[in-house]
Design a protein around this ligand. Structure first.
Ligand SMILES: [Zn+2]
Length: 96
């Protein structure tokens, strides 16, 4: 049964190392974030483009419901026809 003890010890050590490395990563990330000057213009340092149109922007979009199938889709993806919203062209056509 000695191998089992070693396995347990190894798993425990691995978990400990994993937790430690995660905590270390988090603290270095926090340091990097505090390094960023808040007075700088709101720009993405990698692309140089405005950070306003990030992936989070899509979550804040207005969701509209398809009048044909009832599926919810972002307003930018949906089609409006006759004051109603549709998830795609075929559904807009099907309603008219
Ligand atoms: Zn639809």
């Amino acid at each position: 049964m000695r191998w089992f003890l070693f396995l347990l010890l190894g798993a425990f050590g691995w978990l400990l190392w994993k937790a430690w490395s995660r905590a270390k990563y988090r603290s270095t990330r926090a340091k990097q974030e505090t390094k960023n000057d808040p007075s700088l213009p709101d720009q993405d340092p990698q692309t140089g483009q405005s950070a306003h149109k990030g992936p989070n922007e899509q979550h804040a979009q207005t969701m509209v419901r398809c009048a044909h199938c009832g599926a919810w889709s972002p307003q930018s993806m949906a089609l409006s026809q006759g004051g109603q919203w549709f998830c795609d062209e075929s559904h807009a056509k099907a309603k008219s």
